[in-house]
Ligand binder design. Sequence first.
Ligand code: CDT
Length: 331
Amino acid sequence: MPRYLNVGAAQLGPIARDEQRATVVLRLIDLLQQGAAAGCDLVVFPELALTTFFPRWYLDEGDASNISGDTTELDSYYERSMPGPETQSLFDEAKRLGVGFSLGYAELTEPDNVGVVHRFNTTILVERDGTIVGRFRKVHIPGHEAHEPWRQFQHLERRYFEESNEGFPVFEAFDGVVGMATCNDRRWPETYRVMGLQGVELVMIGYNTPMFYAPDPTQNALAGFHNHLVMQAGAYQNGTWVVGVAKGGIEEGVESLAQSAIIAPSGQIVAQAVTIGDELITARCDLDWCKQYKETLFDFERYRRPEVYARITAQKGATAPGATKQDGVIS
Ligand code: CDT
């Protein structure tokens, strides 16, 4: 008897800088209702799905470890509680419909209320009864820390978000084993493998990917190819479903990749968005299909060789043969 999970990928079009949370939440509810009408158990929303992609602007002063000056606008993009006053209606509707969801947002947290705040690029997983059953904080934070005026637009994620040390947990939810990753995380094979080693059957990934990559514009034309390449490889090599969901289209003058996709454990794309705006795509995901890969070609227990992979966790940057690092200089 196959284990089917009906999954929706709720792609979003642009969110304007001055768009109110309430308006965005109405868009999310509309997509959730479309998901319910299509028989979805779970709807996946993108990264930072409640606001515009604010890391494109330099909004504060100080340095990345000590954000200072007027942070009024910056702080307005973060959630201090989840659900909060403006997101509660999404949770209520999910419960009413019996449809779960994952949602990316900027999290501002002040543990122990001692005045030290932390900022994470977070995604939560909400079950069909409206309860939060999982949380993921983005691990790989791309871009830069300081204002770089030479760029057409900034990518200041490394200023506005901390790197999470919580890794890639998986959750027993939706009658399967599920996990999350966020945007740049999808480009790193370790992301999928760490979850693969925990038996993951479905990975939810939201993304905001500008089509223009300032450090190397020769990559621009390959943005769509690279997006699918990494997620299809991650799915196949770990025998898992992958749901990649964009906030795409032209947001505040910056064009972002759409092409949301649902990918099977075979690595094949089974559904793909055809617009660059709000759009729900769906797939009936047989979670037992994962076994066909996990128990054959990618039988980890039988075939993996962790004893020869020590470098993967022992070393960060690449070192060419013969190179030694002294005083920061590779010789
Ligand atoms: N949001 C996010 O992680 N975007 C990155 C852009 C990389 S360029 C700084 C991505 O990997 O798609």
